[in-house]
Design a protein around this ligand. Structure first.
Ligand code: PMP
Length: 377
């Protein structure tokens, strides 16, 4: 029998044959590449006020949180951020985690204390899928964006169920039918968890998110999760909902209790980003115009592009190798685009993922679209 390293090399060779080798491209400071791959939708990761707020708090708070939230890691910066996140999202209470991934693990697992079935959308993010897995609760996968199927699955279950979805889906950029889903869940006493990662800051009044845009903010049977790393340009995650559920997470959420807290200086920067994002209707309008321009330009050039609900859109590629080559050629010409292929997407749906960024200039954006068309396989 060969050793374990030889076994890993064998697995890597099969992935390579299937075009599934992944590549890291470390980005230098001051990278001149036009960014249509990151999730800095509102361009706040480098916003001067955001950077200044974070820098100002560094000497007093230090580099790291120095402990978990329940030991030494909770700072006033976390509490202030949580209070404003709850107000913005329209929830009674909010709890900050050190990442959106960990927030999702805690939210889904936490709700299974009172639910004995999970109905999870087929296209949900890995963090939601892992939340279902670690909860140890029976999980059924619902066909993507289908309230009728969710209703059917709930009707077949006598107990209380939890329905889990994203608002704007992270690869195709399409919007979940949240109002219809909520009609289905509320009529059956089920709870609804919505991962608003790609809609917070982009949709709803003052960017309050996809849940707010669907008129569901503040409902006692809706829990919102989000990352603070996309439109807010920083890092961290949040769960927002009724106060008793947040209390439950503080007492029992393993990814809250046993994880070193988000660095307070990051919390301070994210808090400033939140204030900026709330007032950024001009940036949201710019993104909407760029989404429409992308669909019309790439559509006219013969590509299958769906209209973006917020800041994500994807362009189908003929296969995984073609998608990798397309993204790589764009990068060599100064344009970073995302490249998604199995296992991140279903077989036969390799694609470029484009993310809009209000920090990119109009001229750079127009050039980037030309480059994408010119590099097409
Ligand atoms: N949910 C969705 C839909 C995401 O796209 C992401 C980030 N890729 C996450 C959760 C995880 O957030 P974080 O990167 O803060 O862990």
């Amino acid at each position: 029998m060969s050793g374990w390293l030889e076994s890993l090399e064998g697995l890597a060779a099969s992935r390579s044959k299937a075009g599934l080798t992944r590549r890291l491209r470390p980005r230098p400071a001051g990278d001149p590449v036009v960014d249509l791959a990151g999730n800095d939708y509102l361009g706040l990761a480098t916003h001067p006020a955001v950077i200044e707020a974070s820098i100002k708090s560094l000497p007093t708070y230090g580099l790291g949180a120095t402990g978990s939230r329940l030991v030494r890691g909770s700072a006033v910066a976390h509490a202030e951020l949580e209070s404003d996140l709850a107000g913005w999202i329209g929830a009674e209470s909010a709890l900050v985690f050190s990442s959106g991934y960990l927030a999702n693990l805690a939210a889904v697992r936490g709700l299974t204390a009172v639910c004995d079935l999970i109905v999870s959308d087929a296209y949900n993010h890995a963090s939601l899928i892992d939340g279902c897995k670690i909860s140890g609760t029976r999980t059924v996968i619902a066909p993507h964006n289908s309230p009728a199927d969710v209703a059917r699955l709930l009707d077949a279950h006598p107990g209380r169920a939890l329905v889990v979805t994203e608002s704007v889906f992270s690869v195709d950029g399409d919007l979940a039918p949240l109002a219809e889903l909520h009609e289905v869940t509320s009529a059956r006493g089920a709870l609804l968890v919505v991962d608003d990662a790609h809609a917070l800051g982009l949709l709803g009044p003052s960017g309050a998110g996809g849940v707010a845009a669907a008129g569901l903010a503040g409902r006692s049977d809706v829990i919102v999760t989000a990352t603070l790393s996309k439109s807010l340009g920083g890092a961290g995650g949040v769960v927002a909902g009724p106060a008793p559920f947040i209390r439950h997470l503080i007492d029992t959420g393993r990814t809250f209790i046993y994880d070193t807290a988000l660095p307070p200086a990051v919390a301070a920067g994210v808090h400033e980003a939140l204030r900026t994002a709330r007032a950024a209707d001009d940036r949201r309008a710019l993104l909407a115009a760029r989404g429409a321009l992308t669909v019309s330009l790439l559509g006219a050039a013969g590509f299958a592009v769906s209209p973006p609900a917020a800041g994500v859109l994807s362009v189908l590629a003929p296969g995984p190798e073609a998608a990798v080559a397309w993204a790589s050629d764009c990068y060599d010409r100064g344009v970073a685009v995302g490249c998604f292929r199995p296992p991140s997407t279903p077989d036969g749906s390799s694609r470029l993922r484009l993310t809009l960024n209000a920090g990119v200039t109009d001229a750079d954006f127009a050039r980037a679209l030309d480059v994408i068309v010119e590099c097409a396989p």
